[in-house]
Write a protein that binds this ligand. Structure first.
Ligand code: COI
Length: 354
């Protein structure tokens, strides 16, 4: 329960917006002027405030840094041609945050609190939403335990924050992925479906090894048999083979991607055959060997639609079809971009003007 959705605002004395070069925006290196903060104690979210972006004082016994009690979301705001700021499916992020929260013993963030905090913050920092093609304001809600306690127990104190940063492309070129068959990201009953810090922390070492072998990212396989494709490190993955769009169903081990859902919705709308089913590594490798993979791409908020140019499996690397010739993934990227920037009618009700 929240006491009130009234949010106190303390503005910066001087904006840092002049540090932003709209023609050269790296991913997540410059953060916008303000951040939202709320604290949970005595059983309620309290002290809702928007303050200048700043570092946090923190107890060295903070439970989140010892045990990883931390969850987050990734979302974006875009600017339309006439300067309006548009959010994409924000209520889905609010819902998914609470799914992650339950798994990590974090109290629910009421959706009205989430939406108020989000729209107040993005509205205040609207000049930070870039307008050049392929740029946006990346929004990072995060919730973590703040108990000063290093025993193991469900925490009682938490902080919810939202920070934002203007971003360009996450991947500046098509990615080479490696199908991972030794390390594991998630198992049934684990935290795979939750957007929790530890999932990403545990992926860094296998991803580093893959990088040393010349790959940009991993494609995770199921934790039990390594026979089925799950998701990539930063995105869900999709393939078009024999004119069918194939992707793994979301489950306890796969993140329920909002871009994933949007792409599948558009594909169905356009009459593309969609097959959401367990995807065997063997069928992808066989199709790659026979040059039958028409398209392969990752889908995610940060990554948008990221073309996959090559797939590594065991000792082989398969170069895939010419990226420029891939019709569906280019069309879906363009259409999503047009919806997000208000260029075309949003018939799915996905956008929210701030
Ligand atoms: C996002 O796509 O928003 C994510 O959270 C992925 C992250 C690893 C950049």
């Amino acid at each position: 329960m929240i006491d009130t959705v009234a949010i106190e605002v303390q503005k910066v004395a001087q904006s840092r917006i002049s540090e932003l070069d709209e023609n050269n925006i790296p991913f997540a290196r410059i953060y916008s002027d303000h951040m939202f903060v709320a604290d949970y104690y005595d059983g309620a979210w309290q002290d809702l405030r928007i303050i200048p972006y700043q570092s946090l004082p923190m107890s060295p016994a903070n439970m989140a840094i010892h045990y990883g009690v931390s969850i987050f979301e990734g979302m974006k705001a875009h600017k339309s041609e006439d300067g309006e700021v548009i959010l994409f499916r924000p209520e889905r992020n609010a819902q998914r945050l609470n799914i992650s929260a339950e798994r990590m013993c974090i109290p629910e963030i009421p959706e009205d609190l989430f939406m108020q905090a989000l729209t107040d913050l993005v509205g205040l920092d609207s000049q930070w939403v870039p307008s050049k093609p392929n740029t946006s304001l990346y929004i990072r809600p995060v919730v973590f335990a703040t108990d000063e306690y290093i025993g193991i127990k469900a925490p009682e104190r938490f902080r919810f924050m939202i920070i934002t940063c203007p971003v360009g492309a996450y991947y500046s070129a098509p990615v080479k992925v490696k199908i991972e068959t030794s390390f594991v990201r998630a198992v049934e009953g684990g935290t795979g479906y939750a957007k929790t810090a530890g999932n990403y922390a545990a992926s860094l070492y296998p991803a580093k090894l893959a990088k040393e072998q010349g790959f940009d990212q991993l494609v995770w396989t199921d934790g039990k048999t390594h026979e089925y494709i799950e998701e990539s490190g930063t995105m869900n993955v999709m393939f078009i083979i024999d004119n069918v769009l194939i992707t793994a169903p979301t489950s306890g081990t796969i993140l329920n991607g909002i871009t994933r859902d949007s792409v599948l919705t558009l594909a169905k709308e356009w009459g593309v055959t969609v097959d959401e089913r367990p995807v065997r590594v063997a069928e992808i490798v066989e199709a790659a060997r026979q040059n039958r993979i028409q398209e392969a791409f990752g889908v995610g908020t940060a990554a948008t639609i990221a073309q996959i140019s090559a797939i590594g499996f065991e000792d082989e690397v398969f170069e895939l079809s010419e990226v420029a010739n891939r019709k569906f993934s280019h069309k879906v990227l363009q259409t999503l971009d047009e919806i997000k920037t208000g260029k075309v009618e949003d018939k799915f009700g996905w956008t929210l003007k701030v």
